[in-house]
Ligand binder design. Structure first.
Ligand SMILES: Cc1ncc(COP(=O)(O)O)c(C=O)c1O
Length: 419
């Protein structure tokens, strides 16, 4: 069918029995209206172009700003050893590959990075994908079929949700971190069905940690597979940043370990680590591995160098943990309700979009770059600023961010209520 031409601008389409608004046009227009409104009021905070990086600072529109929304938790983005490793790979292999891994796109760097990751996270084998999103999406949809059941925490990352939907399996979502609810959902799985439980180790918008000891026990009792997304726990939890198993001193309880390679590890891609048989299966049956081009070799080299640096500089995890405690304590003292989770993701929940946008604007005026997170990225009524501190911040910078945030919170959230 031919796309409608100019007439589509009228936003109406002839439909059986009458005229109605074309649903695709309407969806695009409604979203556009919402965004244009925020832009017109000068508080649109997204898609700012970073022109330069320098430790915990970024250059935006020619202004040097203190970054308080980074994912580079260990402060490794721009680390000279990691950049140098990527440059060597770039000059040796070029910018891409000859296609998908299964055919001509596999390099020795891909094999090496998989062995290196498997060693670091204490697994037999590993498969890397060109993004963390694809690693989740491809793995879950390859492992499950129509007669299986997948049980997820309600706050799992979108890439997990999308993999579950694609799989065709019965998709059960349980309340956040509610272990008895996982238990009840597993009780109800029909005999003979495959059972997969998937959770984030650290929840990306809330910064809290899954109750792994209890969940692993429940999965073991029901004979269910347990898959954990470590995108925000790798580099953060465990004495040397090895992740959630090390944090709880429970080696070997997770059957399928996953992480993005673009957070604490400043590269790109994602991995799945687990048994040799699982990885062989995924390398031949998961569609994003089979049908999508290999990770660029320079990214693989950057991952290996990052793991080297993480092992050589374990003090980064110690600094990060100290900054997390300092930041959370300062916010609590200033009257902002935040928890004591041992993670750098600190949600400052305003509830409504407008307040989150205004706080971001006030921080911007003080040259602090922090991002509001609004629905649909978080549930309606829970708009927030997703604040983070990293090992690249100094103590003084952590204090500057906390002080500015407390002042903005008082102005936007407390003052109207007091007045
Ligand atoms: C928990 C979690 N899983 C997966 C992903 C996807 O990773 P990537 O950005 O490498 O696609 C993200 C990214 O934000 C994430 O937060």
């Amino acid at each position: 069918m031919q796309r409608p031409g100019k007439a589509a601008c009228t936003l109406v389409a002839k439909h059986l029995g009458g005229w109605r608004v074309d649903p695709i046009e309407r969806r695009i227009r409604e979203f556009g209206d919402r965004i244009r409104d925020v832009q017109a009021r000068g508080i649109y905070p997204y898609l700012k172009a970073v022109q330069a990086l320098d430790g915990a600072h970024v250059m935006i529109d020619g202004r040097r700003m203190l970054l308080a929304s980074s994912y580079s938790y260990l402060g490794l983005l721009g680390h000279p050893q990691i950049t140098a490793a990527a440059e060597v790979a770039l000059s040796q292999y070029g910018t891409g590959t000859h296609g998908v891994r299964l055919l001509a796109g596999n390099t020795d760097l891909h094999d090496q990075v998989e062995q290196r990751i498997a060693g670091f996270v204490d697994a037999e084998a590993c498969a890397v994908y060109s993004s963390g999103y694809l690693a989740n999406f491809a793995t879950i949809s390859a492992l499950l079929g129509r007669n299986d059941v997948v049980i997820c925490d309600k706050l799992n990352h979108a890439s997990i949700v999308d993999g579950c939907l694609l799989s065709g399996a019965r998709f059960v979502r349980v309340p956040h971190n509610d272990i008895p609810a996982f238990d009840r959902a597993l009780e109800r799985v029909p005999t003979g069905a495959g059972k997969l439980v998937v959770v984030d180790a650290v929840f990306s918008m809330d910064g809290d940690v899954i109750n792994l000891p209890a969940l692993a026990g429940v999965c073991r009792r029901h004979g269910a597979w347990l898959m954990v997304d470590e995108s925000h726990s790798l580099g953060v939890l465990g004495p040397r940043g090895q992740g959630i198993e090390a944090h709880f001193r429970l080696p070997g309880v997770i059957g399928i370990k996953m992480s993005s390679l673009s957070k604490s590890i400043p590269s790109a891609g994602g991995y799945i680590a687990g048994s040799r048989d699982l990885i062989t299966f995924l390398k031949h049956a998961s569609r994003a591995f089979v049908f999508s081009a290999a990770l660029p070799p320079a990214s693989a080299a950057a991952v290996m160098a990052s793991l080297d640096v993480m092992e050589a500089e374990p003090q980064r995890v110690t600094w990060l943990q100290a900054h997390i405690r300092r930041f959370r304590a300062a916010l609590q003292t200033g009257g902002i309700p935040v928890g004591n989770d041992p993670t750098p993701i600190v949600p400052v929940i305003t509830g409504d979009d407008e307040k989150a946008l205004r706080i971001a604007r006030l921080l911007d005026e003080r040259a602090i770059f922090a991002l509001p997170i609004l629905p649909p990225a978080v549930p309606p009524g829970t708009s927030r600023l997703r604040m983070t501190v990293t090992a690249a911040h100094s103590e003084a910078e952590v204090d500057i961010i906390a002080e500015a945030l407390v002042a903005a919170w008082r102005e936007v959230v407390l003052a109207p209520a007091e007045g």
